[in-house]
Design a protein around this ligand. Structure first.
Ligand code: DAH
Length: 355
């Protein structure tokens, strides 16, 4: 015979099924683990909805209780399982989102690195230094604030010598000045050698003159001085050296010529020209119709310069030369205004990054 349940059993069964549906619905729509946790507490917790139902079992008979008890357990299990499944899903989704956010597209082009480079003038100076050091020269340096003695007197330019006017000078005091040339490094280095050759140096550095700046003049520019003193140095050594230099800097097809000139510290003195590349010697606007372009000054070291520095001018001879790297860079790279070297317009600088 079927057992006739107490009215209360149906109520509790219904309530349990309601709880199940509510719980599953809330689990379904939960968007994070915190919500899941709240759902768990609300339905399954010590003071939760299911416990609430179980409390109502007091009114049931001995036979009825297990019926509700079993159903309550079953629903608790179902809710627990749904909570677990949902929790795993949320974790999975969170992981996927993180992976997506942190994904690196290795096929994207990289960001270009803004690399600087040496200044054109620095490159030309380095190229000249490299050439001469490969021929056994050392690089020597001297101060930019120089004494009148080294800048002029030791180079055979006594006070009131008219040739001083060739170089308009920034004086600091009567005896101190901004050097007008790198030639004083010759005199300083010779002194250091105390009359003993050989001396074989090039001296790059900044020099200063009271000039008004324009396309070909600057109150501050650079020079490279060369000096080779030894026994048996002759004019032909100078000519050979300058020939190597000119061809290295401007091309094997260039010819040089030496013209007589005057410098107080050399005797004889010359100026060196190279044949014009543009017109191959025919005459054009670059060489002003002559077919030749002036590059530097040079000569055989004056006996007075050797003697003042403690060298015996009968035993030792030498040659010297002096050039302006700006002029060389301008000719080599077609730079039309010397001021480009100092104003640091990035568009100018960038043009020579690869050269
Ligand atoms: N110092 C000279 C100048 O500034 C350049 C020069 C010419 C240097 C002849 C030399 C030389 O050593 O021999 O104009």
């Amino acid at each position: 015979m079927d057992y006739i349940y107490h009215e209360e059993v149906y109520k509790l069964k219904e309530r349990l099924n309601e709880i199940k549906e509510e719980a599953l619905e809330q689990i379904q729509s939960a968007v994070d683990e915190k919500t899941l946790q709240d759902v768990r507490v609300y339905f399954l917790g010590k003071k939760g909805q299911i416990t609430e139902v179980l409390k109502g079992m007091g009114k049931l008979s001995k036979e009825e209780r297990p019926v509700i008890g079993q159903l309550a357990n079953q629903i608790r299990d179902e809710i627990s399982e749904a909570l677990e499944t949902k929790k795993t899903k949320l974790e999975q989704a969170a992981l996927e989102q993180q992976l997506e956010e942190e994904a690196v597209d290795v096929t994207l082009p990289g960001r270009p690195v803004q690399a600087g480079g040496p200044h054109l003038l620095r490159k030309v100076i380095r190229e000249i230094e490299d050439l001469f050091t490969s021929m056994g020269y050392s690089v020597a340096e001297g101060p930019e604030v120089e004494t009148d003695f080294y800048n002029f007197e030791s180079l055979n330019l006594p006070k009131n010598h008219p040739a001083r006017d060739m170089q308009d000078t920034f004086f600091i005091t009567k005896e101190l000045l901004m050097r007008t040339q790198t030639s004083p490094v010759q005199a300083r280095t010779l002194r250091k050698h105390e009359g003993q050759g050989p001396v074989k140096i090039i001296c790059p550095g900044k020099v200063y003159r009271r000039d008004t700046d324009d396309a070909t003049h600057s109150h501050q520019f650079t020079q490279i001085e060369g000096l080779y003193v030894d026994e048996n140095i002759r004019m032909s050594d100078l000519k050979g050296t300058l020939n190597v230099f000119a061809k290295h800097m401007f091309g094997e097809d260039r010819a040089i010529r030496l013209r007589p000139s005057f410098f107080p510290f050399t005797e004889p003195s010359v100026e060196m020209d190279i044949s014009c590349k543009i017109c191959q010697g025919e005459g054009c606007s670059v060489c002003k119709g002559s077919g030749w372009i002036e590059i530097l000054g040079a000569g055989m070291v004056h006996p007075n310069v050797l003697e003042m520095a403690g060298f015996d001018s009968n035993q030792y001879k030498g040659f010297a030369f002096g050039m302006g790297p700006e002029r060389i860079a301008m000719l080599k790279y077609g730079v039309e205004d010397i001021r480009h070297f100092y104003t640091n317009d990035i568009r100018f600088l960038k043009q020579f990054h690869g050269v």
